[in-house]
Unconditional design. Structure first.
Length: 519
C-alpha cells in the first residue's frame, strides 16, 4: 500500500489486486479500532474510523500543511471525489502530480509535498451522489477531520470536479454554515443522482447568499456543463444585485483551447484559488436567504433558523435583512413558515438594546437584542406574528430531524437503534430476520444493490421492545418496526405527548388525525 499506490487505482482493478486490497482494508480496520493514525508521522495519509451511526468503516484522505504545528490554525480545502473515483485510496502516481487537484498520491513523510493549508478528501461512503447515506458519510468524515486537526473553521473551502463539484455544491447549500467559500469545477447541476431529491442544486442555489461561490467551466464546444454552470453563475450574479453585500460570486470561465472536463488552465485556475482562499466566514451578514424542503436537510443559515413549516411537503424560503443604520430594524419574508428564530446577538446589532422586526409586512414586533428571539404566526388572515417563549410547540410537529420522511434519518449523524416487537408471539429469529431484511434495503451490503457504493452490513444496535430504557430516546435515532399491537415501544411512543400522533385500535387499524387506516 505504501510503495505502490497504483495497486489501488480503481479504474484498473483486477483480481490479482484482491490480496493487496484485503491486507490494506484489514490494516485500516485495525487502526480504526485502535483509534490510531494509519500513517503516523506522514504529511499525506488516509485516516479511518467507525461510523457512530451503523458501525460502517469510514475513511478520508488528508494532507497536512507545511511545518504543521497543532497549536496554530490553518485553512482547509475539502475536495469531493468525482463520479469515477468511487473506491479510491489515493492517486495513480508514485510522485506528486501537478496542479491544485493533483495531490492525491501515496502516503508520504516528506514535507516538500505540503502546502500552506490542509487538504482533505472525504470518501462519503463511496457514494457518488453525496446524498442520504453519502451525505451522512460526508458529515461524519468532515467532523472527524475538524475534531482531530487544527483547522480554522472560518477558512474552509469546499468543492470538487465533475460529480464532485455538483455534489459539493449541493452539500454546501444544505450546510451553509460550514464553508467560507465553495466551488464547482465543470460539474453539471442536473446530474441524475445529485439532483434527484428534494434538496437538489437548482432549488438550493439561494442558500449561497452567505457562501461565496465560484463556477469553473469551459466554452460549450469544449465542455457540455457550460450550459448549466453559466446560467447558475448568472443567477447568483442577479441575486447579488438584489441583495447588496450578499451572493459573492466568481466566474472562472477558461477560454483556453486546452480547457476541458476538470482541466481548468492557468491563469484562471490560480486566480480562482486565490479568490477562494482569501474568503473568511462572515457570521453576521446583512442578508440571509435560506430555502429548504421539510427541514430534513437544512433549517439554519448564520443568524436565521426555520423551526416549523405550514406544509412540510412543500418548499419553504426565508429572506431576512438587518438595517443597522438609523433606527435598527429587520425585515423578514417567510414563505410556508410558521415558526422561526433570529439570533439577535450584539455582534449583529452592536450598541442596540432592541430592534423592530417586521415579518411578511405584518405589525412590527419589538425584540430584545443580545439573545435569540422566537417568532410564530398566530393569525393567517390578516397575518399576525408574535414572540414565542419556545422555538417549537409542545404538541407533535414536523421539526428538523427524524419527525417526517425516513430520509430525514440520514440528515443528522447519531447511532441507529432498531427495535422489534415481542407482543404478537413472533419468535426472536423471525423478527431479527425481518429487521435484517429492512436493514439490507437501507444499507445495501453489496454492489448488487445497483449502486457503486462502499456500504456494508449494518453493525449497529438492535433491541427487543421489552429491553428499551428511557435513555435510549436521547442516545439514538430509533427505527421501531411494527404497529403498537406488535411492538410495545411503539405503543409507548403513541401514548406520550411528544410521541407519535397516532391512535391504535384493537382490530389493527390506526387513526391519524381523524382518518382511519388499515395496517
Amino acid at each position: 500500500m505504501v510503495t505502490d499506490p497504483t495497486l489501488f487505482n480503481n479504474f484498473r482493478f483486477t483480481a490479482a489486486k484482491a490480496e493487496h486490497w484485503t491486507s490494506g482494508a484489514e490494516y485500516f480496520v485495525q487502526k480504526a479500532e485502535q483509534s490510531q493514525d494509519p500513517f503516523a508521522g506522514a504529511v499525506i495519509m488516509t485516516r479511518a474510523f467507525r461510523s457512530i451511526m451503523d458501525g460502517h468503516f469510514l475513511f478520508y484522505h488528508v494532507q497536512l500543511p507545511a511545518a504543521y504545528d497543532s497549536g496554530a490554525k490553518y485553512g482547509a480545502d475539502i475536495s469531493f471525489h468525482s463520479g469515477g473515483q468511487v473506491a479510491y485510496f489515493w492517486g495513480n502516481s508514485a510522485t506528486a502530480l501537478s496542479g491544485e487537484d493533483g495531490w492525491w498520491v501515496k502516503p508520504s513523510a516528506s514535507p516538500t509535498t505540503s502546502t500552506a493549508r490542509f487538504r482533505m478528501k472525504p470518501s462519503c461512503r463511496g457514494e457518488t451522489d453525496f446524498r442520504f447515506l453519502g451525505q451522512a458519510g460526508c458529515d461524519e468524515e468532515i467532523a472527524h477531520f475538524l475534531e482531530h486537526y487544527s483547522v480554522s473553521q472560518d477558512r474552509v473551502v469546499i468543492g470538487g470536479g465533475s460529480a464532485g463539484g455538483a455534489g459539493a455544491m449541493r452539500y454546501t447549500a444544505i450546510r451553509p454554515n460550514l464553508a467560507a467559500a465553495a466551488y464547482n469545477m465543470t460539474g453539471g447541476l442536473t446530474y441524475g443522482g445529485v439532483s434527484n431529491s428534494f434538496w437538489h442544486n437548482q432549488t438550493m442555489q439561494p442558500n449561497f447568499s452567505v457562501v461565496p461561490f465560484l463556477h469553473w467551466y469551459c466554452p460549450p464546444n469544449q465542455e457540455s456543463n457550460y450550459n448549466e454552470q453559466h446560467p447558475s453563475f448568472l443567477y447568483l450574479q442577479e441575486q447579488a444585485s438584489l441583495y447588496p453585500g450578499a451572493y459573492d460570486v466568481f466566474e472562472g470561465y477558461d477560454t483556453s483551447p486546452k480547457c476541458s472536463h476538470v482541466k481548468i488552465q492557468d491563469p484562471v485556475l490560480s486566480i480562482g484559488w486565490s479568490w477562494l482562499r482569501s474568503k473568511i466566514v462572515n457570521h453576521w451578514p446583512d442578508h440571509v436567504v435560506l430555502t429548504t424542503y421539510g427541514l430534513g436537510a437544512v433549517n439554519q443559515s448564520r443568524w436565521v433558523t426555520v423551526n416549523t413549516t405550514i406544509n412540510s411537503k412543500a418548499q419553504s424560503t426565508i429572506r431576512a435583512t438587518v438595517n443597522r443604520g438609523g433606527i435598527p430594524a429587520m425585515t423578514v419574508s417567510a414563505i410556508n413558515i410558521d415558526r422561526l428564530t433570529l439570533d439577535l446577538s450584539r455582534a449583529l446589532l452592536p450598541n442596540q438594546e432592541a430592534v423592530k422586526v417586521t415579518i411578511n409586512n405584518a405589525t412590527s414586533i419589538t425584540a430584545i437584542v443580545g439573545q435569540e428571539a422566537h417568532f410564530w404566526r398566530t393569525g393567517a388572515a390578516p397575518e399576525i406574528w408574535t414572540l414565542s417563549p419556545t422555538a417549537t410547540p409542545a404538541f407533535p410537529s414536523k421539526v428538523k430531524g427524524v419527525r417526517g420522511p425516513i430520509v430525514d434519518f440520514f440528515m443528522q449523524v447519531k447511532p441507529l437503534l432498531v427495535v422489534y416487537g415481542t407482543q404478537a408471539g413472533q419468535s426472536s429469529a423471525t423478527q431479527e430476520a425481518l429487521v435484517q431484511n429492512i436493514l439490507n434495503k437501507l444499507f445495501p451490503p453489496s454492489l448488487n444493490s445497483g449502486r457503486r457504493t462502499l456500504r456494508s452490513q449494518f453493525a449497529g444496535h438492535i433491541k427487543k421492545d421489552v429491553d428499551m430504557v428511557d435513555s435510549d430516546a436521547a442516545t439514538y435515532n430509533i427505527l421501531a418496526v411494527g404497529s403498537a399491537l406488535q411492538n410495545s415501544y411503539v405503543d409507548r411512543l403513541s401514548k406520550t405527548g411528544n410521541g407519535l400522533p397516532v391512535r391504535w385500535n384493537p382490530d389493527g387499524s390506526f387513526v391519524v388525525k381523524s382518518v382511519t387506516y388499515r395496517e
